[in-house]
Design a protein around this ligand. Sequence first.
Ligand code: PLP
Length: 439
Amino acid sequence: MKYSEARLITGEDVQHYSFLQRKDPEIFSIFNQENKRQNATIELIASANAVSPGVLEAMGSALTDNVVEGYIGERYFSGCQEIDRLESLAMERAKRLFGAAHANVQPYSCSQANQAVYLTTMEAGERLLSMDLMHGGHLTHGAKFTMTAHHYEVHSYQVSRENEQIDYDRILRQAKEIRPKLIIAGASAYPRIIDFRRFRKIADEVGAYLLADMAHVAGLVAAGLYPSPVPHAHVVTSSTQKTLRGPRGGIILLGEQAADQLSRKIDSALFPGMQGAAHMHIIAAKAVALQEASQPEFAEYQRVVLNNARVLAADLEACGFRIVSGGTDTHLMLVDLRSRDITGREAESRLENIGITVNRNLIPYDVRKPWIASGIRIGTSAITSRGFGPEEMHTIATIIDKVLKGKPGAQILNQARQEVTRLCHQHTKNNSFTVAVPW
Ligand SMILES: Cc1ncc(COP(=O)(O)O)c(C=O)c1O
């Protein structure tokens, strides 16, 4: 096939066209096996998704070969005309989608984006207030074994014992005591709406910056189904994978108020402060995903994601599981397993054996260690991308119920595996191995 005949290939015809099949069969066989595993698995990991062929094509494009440092108009390399056009398009799409005044599309990940915000807003040793990792916060928000904890004095807030939701009055009291330089609103395992306006009021009362990390909910925000933090926070960061359904990467957004004061500082904190050359193939894939996320079909997809999460949470509750905080407003839920006398770790492994992937997760005020945990986190983004709807949610809840009840025998486990296979066959995952082939 000539370069000009570059086209998309899918799992079906990859056998005939894969370069790797011929040149690196070892790697190719791993791809093949992983493709099979993904197709035979119900993916309930909350941060997972299935990107479009367009996003995959961009990531596998010749832009991988570009070496580009700096920003548009301030490059440290020549030959950047097309690249500048691309980055500018990605920035415009990000700004338009989220109503931001400034966008930086270069972060390699949300982790890097967060670090750039810390570098901009805090001096070493200054105080940061963020959600406790044990209560749903993220590692990069200052967990004790991270770089963030080495450089800053990290304080954390917890959810209320009563309703397992954020207690804004308590955070205000804490903030008045601690006087942090930066407050973070955002989480990895918090299923409820976060009141960003309220967080900004708290930040203003104590003279702190507010960072909203919307890594998990960005797709819902893009679809208008979750309140946008952009009008409220000084800075917003996000992953571009997860609900946004783009490549693995990050973005930084600034609203009208903070753009003048902070955009230049944040940009230079990211490059050269944190990162090197921009990953232009990933920026291209971000641009594709941002365009996709602006379409009505994407909003419809997110509506189904939310509905699937609500149906699954209600079904699991009806089976006798306790859902942390009593439900979900997002794509994810936390399931408390204590009523079944099984740990998160055991549940994760039992479900994996019958073809369902979830992750063990601490529940608020958990007495177990994170490695064991008393809960599992479940998300509906990936399976919704694959076409699962409410009917399938009922079946999945029944399977989870049977597999996590007592000590299920071989017959129950075999039946569960067959049900998973049936659902997977009905909804083939068809993005895998969709690559551009320029040879
Ligand atoms: C709230 C939050 N912030 C940041 C991250 C880190 O994202 P990335 O993997 O893009 O670095 C995550 C990842 O799960 C997250 O949940």
